[in-house]
Design a binder for this molecule. Structure first.
Ligand code: ADP
Length: 514
């Protein structure tokens, strides 16, 4: 024992205590004496000792009692029992209860036993030290174990939360009526819902990690996935099925939407593919379209037939008419004209509203279209004693447009010009353009349109307020239809107007739009 130790000797024998103090102090240690158990315990409670030499037989308490009290809270201090002769059994019991060793008093007092005594003390201190390290280690291990258990519990909670999240996501995917799958950057399936798996004819689990192509997906979808992966753009397409159909008619139609998917830090992850069954929607649309064309036909044909017969009557092709009859036929003619116009406007608008405005574009001479429109409105212009002038190119002016629809546009603008200009006015139509555009302008010197009313011109059923306007018949749909036709051509319509002075409507179309 090289270092300086603090040693407490609890012994009632003055001889032994003094001898120990003398002996151990000489070796450089500090020795404190306590003559009974309680005094010893008091010192132990208030001070720190490296070693306690504890007599088994004390006047107040037994050495074993003192030992038990010490060990109840102190595992660090080394305790060596000092026993009388023949007390070995108790000493062994003391070691069992936490003493680190024992010495017999005779060993201490006998000069020859000194080495043995010191050896016992060293051993005891070593044992205690080892014991303390073991306890510390155990303590550390226990603590680490607790930390580990806490981490495991935390992990379990996180895992549970993840599983719940995944289940939720899966439930959502399961309950969707769309076909949904997600592929990674290599085009391998990482997520698929039952409907998509069913359409591909594979089990959900079996589809995971396999390339979409190998699962027999429709080539258009596979190609679109590649496109989205390489461009990062959204793709839309229509396919008869998610799986390859080999051209066989399935009767079904799916609208597919492919979206690039990114991780939360913006890394590309793959593509989400969602297919919606639009078969029924398309059937309904077709039914609606059929219904419109049936109604169109049924409404237009009787009116057209009546117009024809009224024409025949008016031309006296079936016999001469007296003045009264002529008057009636003229009224009939105006009424049927008005009705036919209303029917046409309404049907056109309904078709546009339902999204059925289909242009049939072809190479068309726009000059011809304008001249034809002028011929059509001439009788109306004559009635109101308007002069009509036209500034047209000398020769044909070809453009890729729907001639019939464009005629409708010009007739409509000219009719409005005639209608909204007081009798004896002047109307002018101009056709100009260049390689890329067709420009048609219709000007009048009529009642004009106020600034507040200009923005309302092309909106639904917005007949503009005002006395003059109200007296003039119309549905308020004409300009709406005109605008739709112009827009469908990729063109634009604008108006300039000064109330009381007149208006100019300008249509600009791409000459060779797609
Ligand atoms: P409608 O003539 O059948 O009422 P339109 O859609 O063709 O319907 O025109 C909408 C409204 O715009 C008309 O009611 C009229 O008030 C106004 N309008 C159209 N063209 C002219 C014009 N050339 N001059 C003055 N007002 C016009």
């Amino acid at each position: 024992m090289e270092e300086h130790l603090r040693i407490l000797v609890i012994d009632d024998s003055m001889t032994v205590s003094r001898y120990l103090k003398h002996l151990l102090s000489r070796m450089g240690h500090e020795v404190i004496l306590a003559g009974d158990g309680n005094t010893g315990l008091q010192r132990w409670q208030t001070e720190r000792f490296d070693l306690i030499l504890l007599d088994l037989m004390l006047p107040d308490l037994s050495g074993l009692d003192v030992l038990q009290r010490i060990r109840a809270t102190d595992q660090e201090t080394c305790v060596v029992m000092v026993t009388g002769h023949g007390d070995v059994a108790t000493a062994i019991e003391a070691v069992r209860q936490g003493a680190d060793n024992y010495v017999e008093k005779s060993q201490i007092t006998l000069g020859s036993g000194l080495d043995e005594f010191l050896h016992v003390i060293y051993r005891a201190m070593e044992i205690r030290e080892a014991q303390v390290s073991r306890l510390r280690l155990e303590q550390e291990i226990r603590q680490k174990n607790q930390e580990l258990e806490a981490t495991v519990r935390e992990l379990q909670r996180t895992q549970q939360a993840l599983v719940e999240e995944r289940n939720k996501l899966q439930q959502i995917l399961f309950s969707l009526s769309e076909l949904v799958l997600v592929v990674d950057r290599e085009g391998r399936v990482i997520l698929i819902n039952p409907l998509a798996a069913e359409d591909l004819g594979v089990a959900q689990d079996a589809a995971i990690d396999r390339p979409l192509r190998d699962l027999g997906a429709h080539p258009d979808v596979v190609q679109a996935v590649q496109w989205v992966l390489s461009t990062g753009e959204v793709a839309r397409l229509e396919v008869p099925s998610l799986r390859q159909t080999n051209g066989a008619e399935t009767g079904q139609l799916f609208s597919a939407l492919l979206n690039p998917v990114y991780t939360h830090n913006g890394e590309p992850l793959g593509v989400a593919v969602v297919l919606r069954d639009v078969t029924r929607e398309r059937e309904l649309e077709q039914m609606k379209a059929d219904f419109y064309s049936m109604i169109t036909h049924d409404l237009r044909s009787p009116a057209t037939a009546i117009t024809g017969f009224v024409e025949l009557l008016a031309e006296e092709a079936v016999g001469p008419l007296n003045d009264a009859q002529k008057e009636i036929v003229a009224i009939l003619r105006r009424s049927i004209d008005k009705q036919l116009r209303l029917i046409n406007d309404f049907l056109d608008y309904s078709a546009i509203d339902a999204g059925f405005l289909k242009l049939e574009k072809q190479e068309t001479d726009v000059r011809n279209v304008v001249e034809e429109a002028l011929r059509e409105i001439q009788p109306l212009a004559d009635q109101k004693r308007h002069t009509v002038s036209a500034k047209l190119p000398d020769g044909p002016f070809l453009a890729y447009v729907d001639g019939e629809r464009l005629n409708q546009v010009v007739v409509n603008l000219l009719t409005n010009a005639v209608k909204y200009t007081p009798d004896g006015g002047h109307i002018e139509v101009r056709l100009t353009g260049d390689d890329g555009t067709v420009r048609i302008e219709v000007s009048d010197i009529g009642i004009g349109i106020s600034e507040q009313q200009l923005p309302l011109l092309f909106s639904k059923y917005k007949r503009l307020p005002g006395e003059t306007g109200r007296k003039i018949q119309g549905t308020g749909l004409g300009l709406l239809i005109v605008k739709e036709i112009v827009t469908a051509h990729g063109g634009e319509i604008t108006v300039e107007s000064t109330p009381g002075q007149g208006s100019t409507f300008r249509v600009v179309l791409p000459r060779y739009g797609s």
